[in-house]
Design a protein around this ligand. Sequence first.
Ligand code: UN1
Length: 514
Amino acid sequence: MADQYGIKAALERLGIKAENLGTSTGNQWVDTGKEYISSYSPADGALIAKVQLTDQEAYERVIVQAQEAFKKWREIPAPQRGEIVRQIGNALREVKADLGKLVSYEMGKSYQEGLGEVQEMIDICDFAVGLSRQLYGLTMHSERPSHRMYEQWHPLGIVGIISAFNFPVAVWSWNSMIAMVCGDVCVWKPSEKAPLSGVACQHIIAKVLSDNSLPEGISALIVGDYKVGEYLSKDHRVPLVSATGSTRMGKLVAQAVGQRLGRSLLELGGNNAIIVTENADMDIAIRGALFGAVGTAGQRCTTTRRLIVQEGVYDEVKNRLVAAYGKLVIGNPLDEKNHVGPLIDQDAVKMYLIAIEKVKSEGGKELVRGGVLQGEGYESGCYVKPCIIEAENHFEMVQQETFAPILYLLKYKTLDQAIEMQNAVPQGLSSAIMTLNMREAEAFLSAAGSDCGIANVNIGTSGAEIGGAFGGEKETGGGRESGSDAWKAYMRRQTNTINYSTALPLAQGIKFDI
Ligand code: UN1
């Protein structure tokens, strides 16, 4: 492994060895004796390290330990649980550069975005600490005299977290930090495409838990593919499974969890659009579209996949975007001069190529040509050119999420048409409008406007802050994670009615005297 970016030292400080166990009940690692999966960097194709797979037996140990830990963790007052999360946030501040580097190297996003991802973890820790004193329930007036009614929120138990490769650490922390202050214990299955980021986080959290003499089982790690994910989704001891990934995966999780009437929290595919009206600030529109489409090499669930442009400004937008794409520098994500890094692996490259061919066969016209980069610096075979394709909204490929930097350019006449196009896809995660016209902006945000979970004005579709509830509608799965009152998904609500009178009046005035 060439080490001009200091990867070796970062890995060492994060506790990553050549071979790592992949199952942890908290501080204790379990040797399953099973095979190891290899984590290769899409940046240079090098083997970073290996991680051992979790088997059914080790999974059992994890769950039994988590059940035990839950009994103790739920007894600890929420603000004290918040104190533990505060310490985790501080530990993350200390390793921000190293963890950001690992995320960048293992997943392929730029180092800046790797740092941003760790910052997102720190932010959610801060949010969760405050939340630990604000797990509010309502009080109600009883219809009966000398009765009191209120609701309280209790922890659920074990929360299973299945996360995707593209945000290998932040999305876990959105779930786990909130779940932890809520009094839940967590079992995390990181993506098998970025397992080292998971192992690194487990080391960080384990130290905080053991420094505070907390029991094993509060935050566990399991590693593997969908089969290990199935352990969680089929397990009735896991009342909530929070899953991030493709719609295909989400449907399988939802079915398995639904089968046992458990709860699932799904954050699945997006097919996000920006509407650019004739009243847009063009500098903002172009910059927003550019980062939205090519940031993380198009591998965010919030990536801008469609640009819906008013016909009067269509040529201007097209020409400026094409010029901007011409300035993009593609290469090693750890080299800060590069804007765009690699796709996660060669399968993703294949999907990208298939999508381009397919959309062209449907009538799409390549404005900025795609293709796979070869030669020095591109040896991993995972680097592709961000491309722009003039297309129509109803094309089969335009209706789908391809996790790659392909931007579809679409034309509209009236805002109603644009909103209709924006909504006419199966997914409903993020959306945006670029306009300085208040009527257009408000129409887009109204009930008859965007049908997405996220709708922005003069901001691209990606880069949401943790303070809001994150997630989307339709095939995006309906779940909400991170800020606002998303915490309620991690708790169970209990309605309590207390009678402090000397009689037993029945509700609804029912008489039942003997
Ligand atoms: C994801 O791609 O799964 O809004 C999450 C964003 C990031 C999170 C993306 N804060 O782009």
